[in-house]
Ligand binder design. Structure first.
Ligand code: ADP
Length: 468
């Protein structure tokens, strides 16, 4: 359990709920792995702590083994044993915590969306700190992510720093302020936090329901630095419209709050080495892109009659944030304009999932459209490679990685100008941006009719630039 960095380097511990590719729901997983690898390349010692979920992709963890040491952690008035596993994910050392709590917290067949998520992750946050103190680690930075591990910040200062785990400064990154994990204040006591002391307006009390606590607010108040995933989103969440009730908290902690644009791991996302593709290719030789387009059309039973027929891809969680009404509209308009459309996505929201299942059925043998309502990493890569354009009409988007992956795979992003999309995609016609930085198409209104005109002109422009 003991490893120490060389003296000049930093020892960084990430405590998170996701890590790509073994436990990934969305961009958080990509960022934990990508950031970890980037820090590691700079010589820092990076270690990651995750729950040991039953539904992880175990075959992608190298050298997974259980340690002899058992870590006991407090929850609901007593100590619980945790089995600790270690393994390597994409070259990063990871500790997986397997609680022996009767609640079977991470044995649910899914990462999130359980009725007791607050309990599951407050338990995990405490167990992670217990692991650090019992292993005698002296990290320089503890970096926690999103509400699931935001409990680490108050736990650290109120319980673990007094016990001697006090070498670290805390960084909290909020990847999406929509998810705050609020719960009745009394639930905070389970992990050993003092409800009376913390359920106050300047601490963890939710800003709109005073009998509830808000883990994200706790992360903001109790961390040394708070980051979010793009500069534009950092500005948006400091306004009443964008802050989801936390704008006042963010404004009063403005000095330690910063937006830093995410990036993608260009090794993990590399069409020249991506083995999920039919043919590898690079920016210097894009012939392979056409072959992938052909192959994907065949695989999905789409028409291959015209190689120049534009193919629009969309790879997303189908949640209101992603502009589902605009996605639906883009599908119909692309077809009207003679393009092809492939959607890969699934929804945790049952009425959205049902709505898209109906549309998927409608198009199940259509020659120009296919909807695949599932999570599928290999198919996602294939679609990035095969598409001419990727559409991302988000209502709000903290950063967004799909536009960056699309660009890496030579697909032109079509995005709504919000959050990190505004910081990474620059319209081909925007004279305020130097020409060499213009890399896609952007639009602002979230109104279907305007979007329609936009998609129309985009396809037309694409068609003419591709000589179609
Ligand atoms: P978010 O984190 O809000 O879901 P991001 O754009 O930051 O959005 O990251 C999404 C990540 O999840 C990307 O790596 C994208 O390729 C991946 N992804 C989204 N939906 C699917 C899906 N249905 N199948 C495979 N990968 C998906």
């Amino acid at each position: 359990l003991i490893s120490s960095p060389k003296s000049s380097e930093l020892h960084v511990i990430h405590i998170a709920a996701e890590i790509a590719p073994v436990a990934k729901v969305g961009g958080l997983g990509d960022v934990v792995t990508g950031l970890g690898k980037a820090l590691q390349r700079r010589g820092h010692l990076v270690e990651i702590i995750l729950p040991k979920y039953d539904c992880m992709q175990y075959e992608l963890i190298r050298d997974l083994r259980a340690l002899d040491a058992v870590v006991e952690s407090y929850f609901d008035g007593r100590l619980h044993k945790n089995k600790i596993w270690t393994g390597t994910v994409e070259g990063l050392p990871v500790y997986f915590i397997e609680p022996h709590h009767p609640g079977n917290f991470f044995w649910r067949g899914q990462f999130y969306g359980e009725h007791d998520d607050f309990k599951r992750f407050s338990f995990f946050s405490r167990a992670a700190l217990e692991l650090l103190i019992q292993a005698g680690k002296k990290p320089d930075i503890i970096h926690c992510h999103d509400w699931q591990t935001a409990f680490v910040a108050p736990l650290y200062w109120d319980i673990y720093a007094p016990k001697g785990l006090n070498s670290a400064r805390l960084c909290f990154t909020c990847h999406n302020f929509e998810y705050q994990g609020t719960a009745p204040a009394s639930e905070l006591a389970s992990c050993g936090l003092d409800v009376h002391h913390l359920n106050r307006p300047d601490r963890i009390q939710d800003n709109s329901a005073h009998d509830r606590v808000n883990p994200i607010k706790g992360g903001i108040v109790f961390s040394n630095i708070v980051t979010t995933v793009s500069p534009t989103y950092a500005q948006e969440v400091r306004t009443a419209e964008g802050g989801r009730g936390l704008h006042a908290t963010l404004n009063s902690h403005a000095k330690k709050f910063v937006g830093i644009l995410n990036g993608i791991d260009t090794d993990a996302w590399n069409p020249a080495r991506d083995t999920f593709l039919k043919v590898q290719y690079s920016a210097f030789d894009t012939q392979g892109k056409t072959e992938n387009k052909e192959a994907l059309r065949r695989k999905l039973g789409l028409s291959s009659a015209n190689i120049g027929q534009p193919l629009v891809g969309c790879i997303t969680r189908l949640v209101p944030q992603k502009g589902v009404h605009l996605i639906r509209h883009a599908l119909y308009r692309t077809l009207e304009l003679g393009g092809q459309f492939i959607l890969l996505g699934s929804s945790p929201v049952s009425h959205i999932q049902r709505e898209f299942e109906d549309i998927a059925n409608q198009f199940q043998s259509h020659e120009n459209a296919r909807l695949l309502l599932k999570y599928d990493e290999s198919l996602a890569r294939f679609i990035y490679a095969a598409s001419d354009m990727v559409v991302i009409p988000s209502i709000f988007e903290p950063c967004g990685l799909t536009q960056m992956i699309a660009m890496r795979y030579g697909s032109i992003p079509i995005v709504r100008k919000t959050g990190g999309l505004n910081d990474s995609v620059f319209d081909v016609d925007d004279d305020t941006i130097p020409e060499e930085f213009r890399n896609g198409f952007t639009f602002l209104t979230a109104d279907e009719q305007r979007c329609v005109i936009f998609v129309f002109s985009t396809c037309a422009e694409f068609g003419s630039s591709a000589g179609i």
